[in-house]
Ligand binder design. Structure first.
Ligand SMILES: NC(=O)CC[C@H](N)C(=O)O
Length: 378
């Protein structure tokens, strides 16, 4: 079915919808991963974004229920060069088109995704609208310019969990009678306990925390410092999540009050929230980092890690006080801040994704580092 993609600067792409009729809008961003489309689709950090894959053939390994990063598809739309409707994979249970259609998410194909990517790289990430109903560029353009921008929006409130839950290979409701503001780990054994603030947490982060030996309870992003302290965890984890970190003021305040209370580890939006809590600033990157081959230098070892990334904002290195912060990782493509730790408080974070999924496992050691930090401070 014929469709039109219109970008806010007036550029249009004719294409086909492989999921049927519809209309949708969001920020258009590109991901350079060659595999992992299902993990991309279900990563809550993509909320509000229409993602195009630079890899040209998508759908060929179908959909595998074990590969999700959250309970639903999160992207606003999926944009591919060529969709493959006949998957070949013993783990696959359905086609990508059916999967998208069932959840009401549009998929388009048959456009030059390389041209689209180069355009975004030159001009910057921008809003776009896709429609099978309106083929008139001028009217689409008028409407896309009225949609909200990514900057200034708190999208965390749309994706965070409503109620706390534990993780044991999958989300597990907390046992009856256990309120989130009770000391839920008073009878725990040797395992370290972690409260994870859910800004849009990926399941693979929870899988990595579990396999590093942590007991994890995930709590809503709005959970305050007092409720967290009553739970009496050994450590606090700050998750990834969608949108602009600056408007998530309630979480920034919470993290500020928890500094020095227990060891803190943040990933992606978690790093941005930590940076803001420490008095730093964040800014929007021109087109972001999304893919599975971003080179990051570990400043302590001098080693280069090939990392998985998905972010459009970044902490401004110069906004952090040099007397408080040690820079631990930088991105070798554009020298942006990829990791830091506090010199006085037990708190560290990375902008990239050590849990990968999809992507290389070079940075898994960070979960062990968190454990060691907790061991030192318990
Ligand atoms: N994966 C993430 O946590 C993304 C963080 C933030 N939404 C950004 O785009 O920069």
């Amino acid at each position: 079915m014929k469709a039109l993609l219109a970008l806010e600067d007036g550029r249009t792409f004719t294409c086909n919808s492989f999921t049927g009729p519809g209309e949708t809008w969001g920020e258009v961003v590109f991901n350079t991963g060659m595999t992992g489309y299902q993990e991309v689709l279900t990563d809550p950090s993509y909320r509000g974004q229409m993602v195009t894959m630079t890899y040209p053939l998508i759908g060929n390994y179908g959909i595998c229920p074990d590969d999700v990063e959250s309970g639903r598809i999160q992207v606003a739309a999926f944009i591919v060069r060529e969709y493959q409707n006949f998957p070949s994979n013993y783990r696959s249970v359905e086609t990508l088109a059916d999967y998208l259609r069932k959840q009401g998410v549009m998929g388009i194909e048959g456009l030059d995704t390389r041209a689209l990517t180069r355009h975004i790289r030159n001009v910057g990430a921008m809003r776009g609208i896709i429609s099978t109903e309106d083929a008139e560029p001028a009217s689409l353009l008028k409407r896309v310019r009225k949609t909200p921008r990514m900057s200034g929006q708190d999208l965390v409130r749309d994706v965070t969990t409503d109620t706390p839950y534990a993780w044991a290979g999958k989300p597990v409701p907390l046992a009856d009678g256990v309120a989130p503001d009770q000391n839920i780990w008073q009878h725990r054994g040797e395992k370290f306990s972690v409260v994870a603030l859910d800004f849009g947490i990926k399941y693979n982060i929870l899988r990595c925390l579990e396999s590093a030996g942590f007991e994890v309870v995930v709590v809503p992003a709005s959970t305050g410092p007092e409720a967290i302290k009553k739970m009496n965890p050994d450590g606090i984890f700050l998750s990834n999540g969608p949108g602009d970190p600056e408007p998530v003021t309630y979480a920034i305040e919470t993290v500020r009050s928890l500094l020095g209370y227990r060891p803190i580890f943040g990933i992606c939006l978690g790093q941005q929230i930590l940076g803001l809590a420490l008095g730093g600033r964040t800014f929007k990157l021109k087109f972001g980092h999304r893919g599975a081959n971003q080179p990051v230098k570990n400043m302590a070892t001098g080693k280069i890690e090939i990392t998985s990334q998905n972010h459009g904002f970044s902490v401004d290195t110069d906004s952090l006080r040099a007397e408080d912060i040690e820079i631990t990782h930088i991105n070798l493509n554009d020298n942006t801040l990829e990791g830091f730790r506090h010199k006085k408080y037990p708190a560290f974070s990375v902008q990239y994704h050590p849990e990968a999924s999809p992507g290389p496992h070079d940075s898994r050691y960070l979960f062990e580092n968190f454990k060691n930090m907790i061991r030192e401070h318990r």
